[in-house]
Write a protein that binds this ligand. Structure first.
Ligand SMILES: *[C@@H]1O[C@H](CO)[C@@H](O)[C@H](O)[C@H]1NC(C)=O
Ligand SMILES: *[C@@H]1O[C@H](CO)[C@@H](O)[C@H](O)[C@H]1NC(C)=O
Ligand SMILES: *[C@@H]1O[C@H](CO)[C@@H](O)[C@H](O)[C@H]1NC(C)=O
Length: 570
């Protein structure tokens, strides 16, 4: 009897446990994991004040009360979380991807039988346009048809439903993985110029979402992470048709899906030397709505491309190829341009990158923007002043590449609109000031090669943007020091905070050592230094903000939810 009762109890217990397990599974199946296990999914809703966040607020307020001047006029930033915008984005994604998929060129991939490599740009002497496309006659009609149909289809999109908030401005970038530390350092450089524009940083998918950086660090700098995969999922696009976008294919998609109507695109390793927002109120941007900067090389678009896109073939002297690390774009004026640019990048690896570059160095999204603008007959301004290079002495004793220097477009336009083309004859006017530096190698990421690459032949560290002086003088102030100061602050306050830094050690120490020997050293020469930093350049304000917000181990650990990637099934 007793045994019977016992077994009945244990049977009941088993049934009860099984029922609970089933119910829990059922719940999880339909509703997913509770969102606190899944912080990323909350990124578009209003932030909940968790204990750690309120303690950050306290630190923030207290240090303000303590008398240190922490006031920065960063306007409150509402990211694209309004329902209408999200709906418009979803509609647009559906429309765009439908058209992208339906207008696949019906021919074999574009191949070249020789790479153009690095043909130097010559603005004076015209040369025949290179033509290395293999069997172009077979491909002309299929490519032209798909191009024509796609251009016709995107014109059908209802312009009253374009996916951005009217009248908004901001800065867009993409980061993720190894690029994140560089992005945060560059973002602080943006803030040092006095620029308070909101920033949206695009990540490809949830594996790139870093909760601590995205939810604690970036909001304090008026910046926000946007996960592209989430937007695409929200559009309920049929799974089999969800595109696998990689690397710089995402650039035009990010531009189209950002909430800003007007924006500055900056690669994570690009920094402004002056307040970049001013460029949006000046010519040449105000009349064209699209400004690009040059690469070193000639524009080597294939003749076949001009034929299929129904454009006249420009002379080789017309303009350089584009270096798309920085761009100014008005979506209101260039919606078709960006849509066509997504087509060129979606079909980039198989067709358009080869058509637009023919194996040129750095071939990729570069020329997809101005060629798309030209194809839809929209105006643009390609800065004419050639990209300059700053170099550094390397271990072999020779000079090595350090960064690309791009010019103030307002000053460039001032000259060209008077018929003064320095690119044809550099004696006609002095060089305009530098406005952006694209520090592509080494990048300002302490875990990359910057520490190693700062060493000279004798093993001692030295400046990276060291030479030539006629270029560094165009910075107008010691811009390299500014970037190093930010690198030091970011490295030493966020030492283990980035996913890609978690296993690294000695990063802060390494940066500090170089900073003391090469940067903060009165005996070390400052190349080309001629003046004071811009007026808004207030190091201590920004440094103290970041320091007060960060360096709190407990905050850090509370945002590093172990297994969070696994919970998302990534
Ligand atoms: C380019 O395209 C036009 C039609 O748009 C065609 O008439 C012309 O023959 C083409 N040019 C070449 C070189 O094939
Ligand atoms: C060009 O610059 C000069 C001197 O800085 C200025 O006076 C002039 O108005 C500018 N012209 C244009 C077209 O912006
Ligand atoms: C370049 O410009 C300078 C100054 O205007 C002029 O003296 C010189 O002749 C020009 N050179 C050429 C090759 O046109």
């Amino acid at each position: 009897m007793e045994a019977f009762a016992k077994s009945r109890i244990s049977r009941r217990a088993v049934v009860f446990v099984l029922t609970v397990v089933l119910l829990v599974n059922f719940y999880l199946f339909w509703y997913g994991w509770p969102s606190n296990l899944n912080p990323g999914l909350e990124s578009h809703s209003e932030p909940q004040a968790s204990p750690s966040e309120s303690s950050i607020e306290e630190i923030w307020t207290n240090s303000t009360a303590n008398g240190s001047d922490l006031t920065i006029s960063v306007p409150e930033y509402h990211a694209p979380n309004s329902t209408p915008l999200a709906d418009r984005q979803a509609d647009f994604i559906q429309h765009l991807f439908k058209q992208l998929n339906e207008n696949n060129p019906q021919c074999r991939n574009v191949r070249v039988d020789e790479d153009t490599g690095g043909i130097e740009f010559d603005a004076v002497n015209d040369t025949p346009r290179p033509n290395y496309i293999v069997r172009e006659d077979e491909m002309r009609e299929p490519l032209a048809k798909a191009h024509r149909d796609f251009v016709a289809a995107i014109q059908d999109f209802d312009v009253s439903k374009l996916p951005y908030n009217s009248g908004t401005r901001g800065i867009i970038s993409s980061a993720g993985g190894d690029y994140f530390p560089t992005f945060v350092t560059s973002l602080r450089m943006i803030r040092r110029t006095g620029c308070t524009l909101p920033v949206e940083v695009f990540l490809i998918d949830w594996s790139e979402f870093e909760p601590y950086i995205c939810e604690v660090v970036l909001p304090k700098l008026n910046a926000k992470c946007i996960v592209l995969a989430e937007m695409i999922e929200k559009a309920h696009f049929p799974k089999k048709n969800i595109p696998q976008l990689k690397g710089y294919q995402i650039k035009p998609f990010a531009m189209l899906l950002s909430s800003f109507e007007t924006f500055i695109w900056m690669d994570s390793d690009c920094v402004p030397l002056h307040e970049p927002g001013t460029l949006l109120d000046s010519e040449p941007f105000t009349s064209t709505g699209l400004v690009t900067w040059p690469d070193y090389w000639a524009n080597t678009v294939a003749p076949l491309y001009f034929n299929i896109s129904l454009q006249p073939e420009p002379p080789m002297t017309a303009r350089q190829s584009t270096e798309s690390g920085i761009m100014l774009v008005s979506k209101q004026q260039h919606f078709l341009t960006l849509s066509l640019s997504t087509y060129y990048n979606y079909y980039g690896p198989d067709y358009y990158w080869a058509l637009l570059g023919q194996g040129a160095y750095g071939q990729g999204d570069k020329d997809t923007f101005i060629q798309a603008a030209a194809a839809v007959n929209a105006p643009f301004y390609a800065v004419s002043e050639p990209v300059a290079t700053v170099e550094r002495p390397v271990r072999t004793g020779k000079m090595g590449f350090a960064a690309m220097v791009q010019t103030d477009p307002v000053q460039d336009y001032n000259l060209t609109s008077q018929g003064l083309w320095r690119v044809k004859n550099s004696s006609v006017a002095p060089a305009p000031r530098a406005f952006f530096v694209h520090a592509s190698n080494p990048k300002f990421n302490a875990a990359g090669n910057i520490l190693e690459e700062s060493s000279r032949k004798d093993g001692k560290p030295g400046r990276l943007w060291a030479w030539p002086e006629d270029v560094t003088r165009r910075f107008g102030y010691d811009a390299e020091r500014a970037y190093w100061d930010e690198l030091k602050t970011v490295t030493c306050t966020l030492e283990h905070a980035f996913f890609s830094w978690q296993q690294k050690s000695g990063l802060c120490e390494g940066v500090q050592r170089i900073w003391e020997i090469a940067i903060n050293n009165p005996d070390a020469p400052i190349p080309g230094f001629t003046g004071e930093a811009p007026v808004d350049f207030n190091t201590s304000t920004y440094a103290s903000i970041l320091t007060s917000v960060l360096n709190k181990d407990e905050q850090l650990s509370s945002h590093h939810l172990p297994g969070f990637k696994r919970d998302l099934g990534l």
